[in-house]
Design a binder for this molecule. Sequence first.
Ligand code: FES
Length: 117
Amino acid sequence: MGWTKALSESELPSGARQVVELEGHKVLLLNNDGKIHAVANSCPHMKLPMKKGKVTEDGLIVCPFHRSAFDLATGEPKEWTPFPPVVGNLLGKIKGETPLPVFSTRVENGDIMVDVV
Ligand code: FES
């Protein structure tokens, strides 16, 4: 537990993303214009993978399934299951708004380190 090497910095150039397994967590690493983020690869709504989630210009990651949007830095939900129209609203009641787990990152001697708690 604690700071764990996830990847070498060279394995995650700007715009890249990768899922790694750290201490039993599937962690999605993204390099968003040089800023490295680590979030759970599992959407808190229905535990579907976030790997293909779109990253918006204002720093949100959008779940590819029902399009819940989370702040990449804090995991705070900004939208909850807006898709598909009407049905998304019902699906959102399966589970109430829940943040996406996020993990701290740092680069140390060319390695991307993630604080897995
Ligand atoms: S699984 Fe992500 S919003 Fe439903």
